[in-house]
Ligand binder design. Structure first.
Ligand code: ADP
Length: 494
């Protein structure tokens, strides 16, 4: 059957049960269930269990018990590897089902979700399955009468709080390395994107992950997430989400057991186009994709276009032309390039940014309005606003929507100054045909990743993480393993 026909069939299939996963059992939450609304049409899809603080404590205690008895943490590496590979196989077998479930829940266009969600999650589980028996301890270069051994141990219980934009991809970035190193996990998905992760947890059990090693608690951030942050027995907290929540998590850690917190907090990433870019037409197309795919709900989105004034008018014309081909549409249609905005409050927030930008002197080049109102879903036209100055709200703050700000520059030094003129430091793009300039820009821009003559699309071999108020710690690559391990020294007198 053609893929689109399969998707249409799956679109009416029942979704995962609204339960919590604690100790291998699917159980109700103590608090009242939450309705799950689909961004595609605003209608209720199902309900989600709501974990109380007591539910969360029980999940953490279960994870701790599973860690302590060694059912996973002390399995030989080859056994853990086999389970994680089986999970990757199951994700691939169920890729379409997982993607459709996720799209109905969070509104990402299916063409992107298929690649970025099950596709990427399966790859991530395989990457860490293969990595787990290639990480060694060390022998220190001590004096000859002692032996200094440096063991690398799992941390114990990992709490993972993840967002709604790419639940499987980002969930796998946390789960795969945490489980690979032998930890137990309590996962808290976002309220508006829990379904595909609940299904992933079912598949993990089917793959042979022992009960209690992965627990999933759904519910509101300020209840369920807060209880996890305040847990006295979670050793490490890994998070992707907003800066406001990140600050709260540090506070929870300080008020509880000083758990280590790794925060990935989004950005306001500059995409910088010099007049000497090798192919300005390609750069314009990429600039549109960099901000408008997944309706701009991408942490590394190129949301601030900085463009050489010498080519600004031509570039904006090419950008508008590329953007006009990207109209929002039904997220379950394979040809749709821009899906829905995740929730109604998020849509209102986006529209607020657009209104403020114009009130502050920004010039609306394209878009600016709600789209597809008749569907009952939450859609926004891809929006371009020019003449945005560094003191404007749109220049400084993350929208997390399909809204691009455009600011001209005249010199390389000015471009660097503008690139670094926010509190964030997650990603950047530089378009130039001058090799020396490209390297100078990579060094000068304060960001976790700088793309050159492309934007986004980095694979699992390279780390992703921010600097400044974009956070700390890294997802992906072998570097991510540091978050999920502790070093222990053995100092042995010979
Ligand atoms: P966004 O603005 O992208 O929704 P959030 O930071 O609000 O980002 O959400 C990311 C994750 O953090 C979600 O799983 C959400 O439930 C959780 N969360 C939100 N508020 C809190 C909180 N006060 N304590 C702990 N977790 C929270």
């Amino acid at each position: 059957m053609a893929t689109q026909t399969l998707i249409d069939h799956l679109a009416v299939a029942p979704v995962a049960a609204g339960r919590l996963l604690i100790g291998g059992d699917w159980v109700d939450g103590q608090d009242a269930p939450l309705p799950v609304l689909s961004p595609i049409n605003g209608r209720q899809l199902t309900t989600l269990a709501s974990a109380s603080a007591a539910d969360v404590d029980r999940a953490v205690a279960t994870a701790r018990a599973a860690f302590d008895d060694g059912r996973w943490s002390r399995q030989p590496p080859a056994a853990r590897k086999a389970v994680l590979h089986r999970l990757a196989d199951l994700i691939q077998t169920h890729a379409l089902e997982l993607a459709v479930l996720g799209v109905r829940d969070n509104g990402t266009e299916i063409s992107m979700a298929l690649r970025a969600e099950p596709g990427s999650a399966a790859g991530t589980f395989r990457y860490y399955a293969e990595a787990l028996d290639k990480v060694y301890g060390e022998i220190a270069p001590t004096a000859p009468d002692v032996l200094g051994l440096i063991h690398r141990e799992p941390v114990g219980v990992v709490a993972a709080i993840v967002p709604w934009n790419f639940p499987l991809m980002i969930g796998a970035w946390k789960l795969a390395p945490a489980l690979a190193m032998g930890n137990s996990v309590v996962l808290k998905p976002a309220e508006t994107a829990s379904l595909s992760l609940l299904r992933l947890a079912e598949l993990a059990l089917e793959a042979g992950l022992p009960p209690g090693v992965l627990n999933v608690v759904t519910g509101p951030g300020h209840v369920t997430g807060q209880a996890l942050g305040l847990s006295m027995d979670a050793d490490v907290l890994v998070f992707t989400g907003s800066g406001a929540t990140g600050r709260r998590l540090l506070d929870y850690s300080a008020r509880s057991n000083l758990k280590r917190c790794y925060l990935e907090l989004g950005g306001k990433s500059p995409n910088i186009v010099f007049a000497d870019a090798p192919d300005l037409a390609a750069a314009a197309k990429a600039a549109a994709t960099a901000i408008f795919r997944n309706a701009g709900q991408v942490c590394v989105a190129g949301s601030r276009l900085l463009v050489d004034r010498a080519v600004q008018d031509d570039f904006l014309a090419a950008l508008a032309q590329a953007t006009q081909k990207m109209t929002p549409g039904n997220p379950l249609d394979l040809s749709t390039q821009i899906g829905a905005v995740n929730s109604e409050p998020q849509l209102d927030r986006n529209l607020g940014f657009i209104a403020d930008a114009q009130a502050e002197g920004g010039r609306l080049v394209l878009g600016g309005h709600r789209a597809l109102v008749e569907t009952g879903g939450w859609y926004l036209e891809p929006t371009i606003i020019a003449d945005v100055a560094p003191h404007h709200r749109l220049f400084q703050h993350e929208v997390f929507g399909p809204v691009l700000s455009v600011t001209p520059f005249e010199t390389e030094a000015e471009a660097i100054g503008l690139a670094n003129a926010t509190d964030y430091g997650l990603a950047a793009g530089v378009w130039t045909g001058n090799l020396s300039r490209a390297h100078r820009m990579v060094r000068a821009i304060r960001a976790g990743v700088v793309h050159v003559n492309t934007y986004g699309g980095a694979d699992g071999t390279v780390p992703l993480g921010g600097v400044r108020q974009s956070g700390n710690g890294h997802d992906k690559s072998l570097h991510a393993l540091d978050k999920y391990t502790d070093l222990k020294t053995a100092w042995i007198q010979i």
